[in-house]
Design a protein around this ligand. Sequence first.
Ligand SMILES: Cc1cc2nc3c(=O)[nH]c(=O)nc-3n(C[C@H](O)[C@H](O)[C@H](O)COP(=O)(O)OP(=O)(O)OC[C@H]3O[C@@H](n4cnc5c(N)ncnc54)[C@H](O)[C@@H]3O)c2cc1C
Length: 409
Amino acid sequence: MADRSVGALLVGGGAAGAACAEALHAGGFDGGIMLVGREPDPPYERPPASKGYLAGAQRRDDCLFHDAAWYASRSIELAPRTSVMRLDTEARTATLSTKEVVEFGVALVATGSNVRRLRIEGGQLDGIHYLRALANSDAIRADAEQAEHVVLAGGSYIACEVAATLTTLGRRCTMVMLEDAPLSAHFGPTAGRFFGDLLRTHGVELVCADGLERIEGDGRVERVVTASGRELAADMVVMGTGVIPDVMLARSAGLELGESGGIACAADLETSARGVWAAGDVCEYDSVLHGGRVRIEHHEVALAQGRAAAAAMLGTRRPYSELPYFWSDLSDWCTAEWVGITEAPEREIVRGSLADGAFSVLHLAGGRLVAALSVERGDDLAHARRLIAARADLTGREDELAAGDLEAL
Ligand SMILES: Cc1cc2nc3c(=O)[nH]c(=O)nc-3n(C[C@H](O)[C@H](O)[C@H](O)COP(=O)(O)OP(=O)(O)OC[C@H]3O[C@@H](n4cnc5c(N)ncnc54)[C@H](O)[C@@H]3O)c2cc1C
């Protein structure tokens, strides 16, 4: 027997859950809305945790989507520090960590991701950090105050952003990555060379095409040894080794899972259980844009999918087809923006000048534009969005793409 009943139960107080709650309210959802999240804060934006919040330029409140009073005044019931322990999609009930059993009409599973922990010798020493929540950012900042040398594991945006932020705070940062260049796995080799040069120019040491073999120290980290045998002094280590979708609840609820480990969803983000949607990092949906199942771990995608799930709950069911957008800030040195449908281009075309720090890299596959990265060339990004979405055939138009007016294409 349920203790109580709500119209919409939203599991996970991150970007997707918050966006869904807000859109349900704005759309006049008829029935109570309950947003259950494990963390102590109301839903907040994670991107500042490696950028402005880590740097001390943004306060905790600045990161919140809304404060608790905002939700209360809209009759959205916020349940922080609370986990959904069990979801019964047949009985349409959820059991909370408070032991309360809540009956629901529709539900959203937006349980996000957990960090991927590296299992290496010395991986349990003090001074090793992972970054997902504001509390992790607090711990990194506090440790960095005593540290001179910081080693960052990984070549993706988390390691790059933290290295840039801590370098700006006066720390000596060394990045160790498997890739040949930072951010190259996501943005391609040309952009990777640009970001490598940028980081080095600001004093970040890069150890590329190498991995962490072990971490040494007496209780606390003192040095990192790489696979090639390099020894790097380290007062602390920050791991940027990726994330894994959190499908613990979805799996125990019997929801169908997808190949990339997310929750398998139809084009309108509904899961294998009727009236239960997924959104954000956990959502592996059938994308009309990509022509198959994809799962995307971007802030803006989590927001847009949360809103799309709300629209479906309100009765407007349509395939989710927004073009993925991602950005990354390296301190105040540079902002990179990316739109696209693939991270594995056949060919790259550069517009503008890498040396001047104002350029775009257009990614082509099968004669079509499939992605674009821009630094200081926002107009290119806007045109790229249009050309990608239109699936325009650009065969033989490489010169125009490189130096012509994109508006004319
Ligand atoms: C440091 C950092 C910087 C980032 N920077 C960028 C950036 O610059 N650009 C960009 O596009 N993306 C960035 N991202 C990625 C972006 O933040 C994520 O894609 C986004 O947060 C995903 O939102 P979500 O709602 O799917 O999941 P999450 O934000 O992970 O939220 C899920 C929430 O659900 C909770 N939860 C899980 N299980 C349960 C349960 N059973 N019961 C209750 N609650 C539960 C979790 O504790 C968590 O609070 C960054 C991420 C991090 C960590």
